[in-house]
Ligand binder design. Structure first.
Ligand code: PLP
Length: 413
């Protein structure tokens, strides 16, 4: 009899989004018979709603035609991504902001969700792993699957992980651990809280990582939403980060590529970690080998679409998209603040993180919002035990839906 990876059995059954879908379906069925009920508005899952930028669509259409002619046909591309895309990423996203990152250090991929899980392939099993609480669940679950944890307790906390609580008390910036950890996941602007980190705060993390030989996994998927000119966009804007950080970026949230799929991971050539025999080993060749063996690159068509993000029209169109979602977030912040709620985020991020009113639990507020307003959000406790009593609303929706959802909430709050 074949056997399974038992670590999968440790995963908590009631995973957040399936449970939300279940409750919404039950509600929708009950209410389908009353046609006067307003439609459900979904401000839950963080998926974009607006069409792809015209510059990206034009580039992809042309790329399809390229594949229709012998002279411009492309089969397998480089596993690391085409040079023309990696050069533009290095120049616009990193060098233009003073980051010492070369095109050869950029690995184009089909998603930073995938990469943030896959990166564990090149790390050992004995690392002490730190995550914030609340956190993007992928960081936790991929470590569970890889066998890096024990069982979960009834609060959903896995034995063996170091949880760094974030809340209004610490402005949603985790305190530097007072013990040694080896791998640290940081996400700024943050999903789910919408919080950002200053240069000084990131410098403190880099200093910690350098002095403890730790590696920071820096998820910058929402970097495009930063509007404050003083905030760093990349961890490599911080002195020393080339020696302790891997950065994940994505075209999903800035250019609306959630369904198109393109992202990138930066592994600096100066980055090292220890082998079992104590020797220092460069991580770049390991990730390069991992990708070349287990990944065959992103399609030519999609990489041409991503390249168009860096054209003048593409840059303008992406800015238009981000401004649109940021305005949605501002509407949510303003309406709910005026209605007396305490809200966080929503300024440099597409997420608004609110304190539930009357000390309701996250799931009780979810049910209230669904029943009373026909609006779906995400319970904070689904992102970790310390998210209890908080709730996430996403700005990824049409203006009409956001305004309508706010009207309904304000009327009932
Ligand atoms: C949406 C999101 C991503 C992007 O994932 P892709 O696989 O590139 O679509 C990465 N990290 C976080 C925290 C996200 O919310």
């Amino acid at each position: 009899m074949a056997n399974i990876n038992d670590n999968y059995l440790k995963l908590k059954a009631g995973y957040l989004f399936p449970e939300i879908a279940r409750r919404v379906n039950v509600f929708a069925e009950q209410h389908a018979k009353a046609p006067s009920n307003p439609p459900i508005i979904r401000l839950g899952i963080g998926d974009v709603t607006e069409p792809l930028p015209a510059a990206c669509r034009a580039a992809m259409t042309k790329a399809v035609e390229d594949l229709g002619r012998h002279e411009s046909f492309h089969g397998y591309g480089p596993e690391q991504g085409y040079g023309w895309l990696r050069e533009k990423i290095a120049l616009h996203d990193f060098q233009a902001r003073g980051c010492d990152i070369d095109a050869s250090e950029i690995f184009v991929s089909d998603g930073s969700k995938c990469d943030s899980g896959n990166i564990l392939d090149i790390f050992g099993c004995d690392n002490v792993i730190a995550v914030t609480d609340p956190v993007y669940p992928v960081y936790v679950d991929t470590n569970v699957m890889a066998g890096h944890t024990g069982q979960a307790n009834d609060r959903g906390e896995y034995d063996g992980l170091v949880y760094l609580p974030i809340s209004a008390q610490n402005n949603f910036i985790a305190q530097i651990p007072n013990r040694k950890v080896d791998l640290i996941y940081l996400c700024f602007p943050n999903n789910p809280t919408g919080a950002t980190a200053s240069r000084e705060q990131l410098q403190a993390w880099v200093n910690y990582a350098l002095s403890h030989e730790a590696i920071i996994f820096f998820d910058a998927a929402y970097e495009g939403f930063i509007s404050d000119p003083d905030l760093p966009h990349s961890i490599y804007e911080i002195d020393g980060a080339r020696n302790c950080a891997i950065e994940f970026r994505s075209f999903s949230k800035n250019a609306g590529f959630t369904g198109t799929r393109c992202a990138l991971t930066v592994v600096p050539k100066s980055l090292k970690a220890r082998a079992k025999d104590g020797s220092l080993v460069e991580l770049w060749p390991l990730w390069n080998r991992r990708q070349a063996t287990k990944f065959n690159g992103v399609s030519y068509i999609v990489q041409r679409g991503a390249e168009a993000v860096y054209s003048p029209e593409g840059q303008q169109q992406v800015k238009g998209l981000i401004d649109f979602y940021r305005e949605n977030a501002q509407i949510i912040v303003q309406k709910l603040t005026a209605a007396g709620l305490t809200v966080y985020g929503g300024v440099n991020a597409p997420y608004v993180w609110l304190k539930t009113p009357n000390n309701l639990s996250s799931w009780d507020f979810f049910d209230w919002l669904l029943q009373e307003c026909h609006v779906v959000g995400t319970p904070g406790s689904g992102f970790g035990a310390a998210g209890e009593g908080y709730f996430r609303l996403s700005a990824f929706n049409s203006r009409h839906h956001v305004e309508e959802a706010m009207q309904r909430m304000v009327a009932k709050l």
